[in-house]
Design a protein around this ligand. Structure first.
Ligand code: PEP
Ligand code: MN
Length: 332
């Protein structure tokens, strides 16, 4: 209530809240009275209450993302078979931006597995900025990913860009990826929410933490609680890098949500020279995993060649990450 609110203003507000079958708890201070309202806030006509005489503002105490919020649960783990994301182990995902051929994906899978990666990435459906750019191999790409899984035992993650493809992609993959451009594609979020598949949800390149968490909430509200968040950089005024990788996001999201948080230093920087340093930073900041674009012949990668590291660099990076993880009581 406003400082100058009259006694009758306060009483009217209390009666209004009671008439809505919510419970008002007046907290009388020396300067002003605050009325806590207990109950289901979905039935609270916020604007009507705000307009009542003597009312200063109506504040939400509970987060609008109830299932994703830390208010109810401390930390959750997402299990992909025997791979646990959000536990003591920092899970590294590696692979090309796009699946190009059997030889390419199997060679990369074998090498990154040897270096310690637990999950193979690779896009079969690519959301490209231009309609004439390579759009991915589609179902053929999914089959090749499944072959690479058979050859190595790695789990796989691949992007789904169309709600109509969720069923098909789920048949092949272990984790469904929702990309930055689709973070607010609500029909797609609902569709992946109806499955029991783990979902890797990438932050919209324009989205703040609350919007990312509300996107996760869309998935969770459908019954699927297996959500992993991914910081992948946001658009800023900087032009030297493709995006600005927001390392703040890691500890910040961990203050706001129980969901695991991983980092994508490849899209986050757009530059292969920055992938190793930013991977180290992400692990040091407490990320539960990384997703790194890695290729057997990065110069000739069909998609995202500029930000893709080679297999040797990946192997070296893994050793460094292991050392950093140990310092903070984790392991790779
Ligand atoms: C990707 O992981 O290949 C991708 C397209 O990422 P983003 O959606 O973050 O751009
Ligand atoms: Mn890419």
């Amino acid at each position: 209530m406003k400082k100058e609110a009259k006694k009758e203003n306060i009483e009217n507000a209390i009666h209004k809240i009671e008439s809505l079958k919510l419970r008002p708890v007046p907290l009388v201070g020396t300067e002003r009275t605050v009325i806590a309202i207990i109950g289901d806030e979905r039935i609270l006509p916020v604007n009507k209450i705000k307009a009542m005489p003597g009312v200063e503002k109506v504040m939400e105490v509970l987060k609008p993302y109830k299932l994703a919020s830390k208010e109810g649960k401390k930390a959750s783990k997402v299990r992909v078979g025997d791979v646990v994301i959000g536990g003591q182990e920092v899970i590294i995902i590696a692979g090309p931006c796009a699946v190009e051929s059997e030889k390419q994906i199997v060679e990369i899978a074998k090498s990154v597995k040897k270096s310690g990666a637990k999950i193979l990435r690779g896009g079969a459906y690519k959301p490209r900025t231009g309609p004439y750019d390579f759009q991915g191999l589609g179902e053929k790409g999914l089959k090749l990913l499944a072959k690479a899984r058979d050859a190595t035992g790695l789990k796989i993650v691949t992007e789904v860009i169309d709600p109509r493809d969720v069923e098909l992609v789920s048949k092949y993959t272990d984790i469904l990826q929702v990309g930055t451009r689709n973070m607010q594609n609500y029909p797609l979020l609902k569709e992946v929410g109806k499955t029991k598949m783990p979902v890797l949800l990438k932050r919209g390149m324009w989205a703040n933490y609350k919007e990312l968490l509300l996107a996760a909430e869309y998935i969770m509200a459908q019954g699927n609680r297996e959500v992993i968040l991914c910081e992948r950089g946001v658009r800023t005024f900087e032009t030297y890098t493709r995006n600005t990788l927001d390392i703040n996001a890691v500890p910040s999201l961990k203050e706001l949500t129980h969901l695991p948080v991983i980092v994508d230093p490849s899209h986050g920087t757009g530059k292969k020279s920055l992938v190793t340093p930013m991977s180290r930073a992400a692990v040091a900041a407490g990320a539960d995993g990384l997703i790194i674009e890695t290729h057997c012949d990065p110069e000739n990668a069909i998609v995202d060649a500029d930000q893709t590291i080679d297999l040797d660099e990946f192997a070296k990076l893994m050793k460094q990450l292991d050392a950093i993880a140990k310092v903070i009581g984790r392991k790779i």
